[in-house]
Design a binder for this molecule. Sequence first.
Ligand code: ARG
Length: 461
Amino acid sequence: MGKAWGGRFEGGTDPRVERFTESISFDARLAEVDIRGSIAHATMLAEVGLLTAAEAQSIAAALKEIGQEIAAGKMEHRIDLEDIHMHVESALIARLGDVGRKLHTGRSRNDQVATDLKLYVRQTLDAVDALLADVQGAFVERCELDEGVILPGYTHLQRAQPVLAAHYWLAYCEKFQRDRERLADCRKRVQISPLGAAALAGSSLPINRHRSAELLGFDAPAANSLDVSSDRDFLIEFVFDLSLIAAHLSTWAEEWILWSTTEFGFLKLPDAYTTGSSIMPQKRNPDVLELTRGKAARVMADVSQLLILVKGLPLAYNRDLQEDKVALFDAIDTIVACLELAPAVVAGARLNRERIAARLEEGFLDATTLMEYLILRGVPMRTGHETVGKLVRLCESRGCKLADLPLAELQSACPQIEADVSKVLGTTNAINAFQSYGSTGRAQVAEQVEAWRKRLQISDH
Ligand code: ARG
């Protein structure tokens, strides 16, 4: 069979050009959405009288069969057929002859590929959202497992203030929640149908774009054919959303890589998710976390690739856009692989409570709480800061903790200090002192854990 666009050409295409321009090697995975889009299109064509009902039915039936064959791996890829759209259409024509030749009425591959991409992004977006909920669920479940455990919190990777383990876990839940909200927002724009925008200008045929949009579960047809046939904003947004998920995963991965070192000794990673060394018999390497961190680079690069791809493209469709799928699929595959492994790593790791507790009084995690104690007794904040700073210096010179300083010495540094200062000194007391909304205070964190359990519909046990 000749090319679908062969009419105005005299000679054949150079095989090197066919190899250069094909996309079947990477767009074959659009087969399922392509067929769904075509069935909806054919249904609409019959409703407006551009196909008979019998024609539309035989097209739909044949497309379903073709879909099953493709799913069973029975379709041979031919670079002379360029892309998945031509593969499906030529299989249809091989089955139905002239009836198959009518399917492409009132559309072009330009709106077809945009429609396919939106359908594909929509289902992937929903799958990624569910995977994010799984990761959140794993963190929320940990809150119970690690109830009461206090960890050092860091700024500049220097010990800063004490934090409940659950506060750490819920911090990641918040980040992934924003990722989910971003996906939901992106979905609104994915929900606008390109189908029937045709090549760029729409059609002189009486197609019903509202109807094909509705049949495919879109919210509305796009109002400007010139815009939507070339629009890849939704795809770039989606990959950006994925890149921010990658950033969050890489922060988590890096933190846990550090925490599982001998130097930190906070965390033991689950055996099934660590690997050994080919030369050093003692090694347990956090490869899953390292690759989660490393693969984030790919997703971030994919966003840049897409932005650079569309930069300066004139309206409307340009063949450059075929390359969008390379970056899109890479970003999807990378993020899905990371998200599929993350919940098991989160759930399977164990905090080394003794090691953590043994060093918890190092680093003056209670210093800020002591300063706030002074503020509550009328000391101006800056003066309190200075006073506690001097006390820390004194402790360092003696190799002791703030809680070790005799009351008289504390009082000579600051007369407002009373015997009840002991209630804010030491890491546990410092934790107990927190009360602001969103803080690491015990009541605050317990409330948040409850809220997350509800939000994620995790049952009590
Ligand atoms: N394979 C093409 C793509 O992915 C489909 C659209 C082709 N359109 C065209 N006018 N050649 O972009």
